[in-house]
Design a protein around this ligand. Structure first.
Ligand SMILES: [Zn+2]
Length: 220
């Protein structure tokens, strides 16, 4: 009855979802530009971090295209509160990673954190659903109390806006003991330059004998 009054629509094309479809219609699913580095032996994504920090494995599910379906989806997730998009991709990737020998050994999933202020404004971390579903599929804990995003320092006030944006991102780590000797999967919504993931990974690698892999919804 509810479905008749408020038909469920596709988060990509806004078309009505058919029975058995949820979040995305089949047509949208089939038109997604898949990246799926975990399915190939390609180190293309991993190589993005070469010389920056040691990453064990790196994968992204889809390619981000400007003005395309992927942009619409990430925009709906981040700015229109469509949290289910995050979980949808998490379930998808989680099921595939659980069958993948490179990722089976993951022992914990850790999200790139949002700043407390932004979390309040947005109401949720856009990567949470994605990370939680992957953790569920791999049967490991999801921990969002390890990495934290802290405030910018006052010294950046005079830099240009662009510079300040990059410099603003400062991460810190707590509960280091929890990741000791662990292979952790760091998750985010999108990889662009990789600067954010690098900063987070460098924090995680402060832990004793920690190994870091990366998984994101999209790669630009
Ligand atoms: Zn659709």
């Amino acid at each position: 009855m509810l479905n008749l009054l408020f038909p469920k629509v596709c988060a990509g094309c806004k078309g009505q979802l058919l029975m058995g479809e949820s979040v995305l219609c089949l047509e949208c699913i089939h038109s997604l530009p898949m990246a799926s580095f975990h399915k190939t032996e390609s180190d293309m994504l991993k190589d993005k971090f070469y010389g920056r920090f040691l990453v064990k494995n790196a994968t992204a599910l889809i390619y981000f295209q400007k003005r395309g379906l992927t942009q619409e989806l990430l925009h709906n997730l981040k700015y229109r509160g469509k949290k289910e998009i995050s979980s949808f991709f998490g379930k998808w990737l989680g099921a595939e990673l659980a069958e993948n020998h490179h990722y089976k050994a993951i022992e914990m999933v850790i999200p790139v954190p949002l700043h407390q202020q932004k979390l309040k404004k947005r109401g949720f971390n856009q990567v949470e659903g994605f990370g939680k579903e992957i953790a569920l599929a791999l049967n490991v804990p999801y921990r969002d109390d390890i990495l934290i995003k802290i405030s910018k320092t006052g010294s950046q006030v005079f830099k240009t806006r662009i510079l300040r944006f990059e410099a603003e991102e400062v991460f810190s780590i707590q509960n280091l003991e929890a990741i000791k000797n662990k292979h952790v999967l760091l998750v985010d919504d999108i990889i662009t330059t990789g600067a954010t993931l690098e900063k987070c990974a460098l924090q995680l690698l402060k832990g004793k004998n920690v190994c870091v892999s990366i998984a994101t919804i999209a790669v630009a």
